[in-house]
Design a binder for this molecule. Structure first.
Ligand code: HEC
Length: 222
């Protein structure tokens, strides 16, 4: 009998022993029935670490939600590097221009969005007399000189972040539609025909609220 045959036999025998041992071990884990889970290998895979709702997040530094890293592009794909501050509103007015041409289609698209998202407060003609008035403070007129003096980028900023008590409308009006709404506002303001779509930039006074404002309307008007 050659040494190599002997080695082969030994190897085959050890393999058979290992196979039987593993089969025995693994089948014990199959002994689960009813409430008895059987014998557990790698229990970490059966017993995951439970986290309760609202429990502090052990991964983040302050135990809260993880913030997206700086420079993250929003899911809409349109970065808007302006915060909800007066300074950034002014900066948006100086830096952004309306990329949308004032074609009848684009203005009509803006009108459609305006009527869905803005009319309820600002009214059909933008005069601050929408159907919600009485339950919500009158917004400033959008066809007054103050709003006319806002550059396009600033109006885009107002829609995105809101202004004062006006809530942000970033979720209701898509970025592209915001520019269409700006076009429609310019038409309401009578600035589209004259070609003066980019109004004077600068720092307008805070918006005046119309007569029967906040205090009465918020608490009172049912
Ligand atoms: C829930 C009511 C409400 C809705 C809806 C609303 N606004 Fe306003 N908006 C206001 C109020 C109130 C103000 C005045 C805010 C302030 O400065 O305190 C205002 C202010 C503004 C201003 C600034 C006017 C100025 O002279 O300072 C613009 C521009 C404007 N809104 C545009 C829009 C557009 C465009 C939409 C739709 C996408 C819209 N708003 C939807 C209530 C609303």
């Amino acid at each position: 009998m050659s040494t190599s045959t002997l080695n082969n036999r030994n190897r085959a025998r050890s393999l058979a022993v290992i196979a039987m041992a593993s089969a025995l071990v693994f089948t014990t884990a199959c002994g689960a029935e009813g409430d008895r889970p059987g014998w557990k290998f790698l229990p970490g895979m059966m017993e995951s670490v439970p986290h309760d709702t609202f429990e502090a997040n052990p991964v983040s530094e302050n135990g809260g939600m993880l913030l997206p890293p700086e420079g993250t592009i929003p899911v809409s794909g349109v970065p808007f590097p302006y915060g909800n501050t007066e300074e950034d509103a002014i900066r948006a007015g100086l830096e952004l221009t309306n990329p949308m041409q004032p074609t009848p289609e684009n203005v009509a698209r803006g009108q459609h969005r305006y009527e869905a998202a803005c009319l309820v407060c600002h009214g059909v003609g933008g005069e601050g007399d929408g159907p919600i008035i009485g339950r919500f403070p009158n917004p400033a007129s959008l066809i007054a000189d103050h709003a006319k003096s806002y550059p396009d980028g600033r109006i885009y900023h107002v829609i995105t972040h809101g202004q004062g008590i006006m809530p942000a409308h970033a979720l209701q009006v898509l970025p592209e539609e915001r520019w269409a709404v700006v076009l429609y506002l310019r038409q309401l303001q009578g600035l589209l025909e004259s070609g003066a779509t980019e109004a004077a930039s600068g720092e307008p006074e805070p918006a005046p609220l119309a007569e029967d404002t906040a205090a009465d309307a918020i608490g009172g008007g049912q």
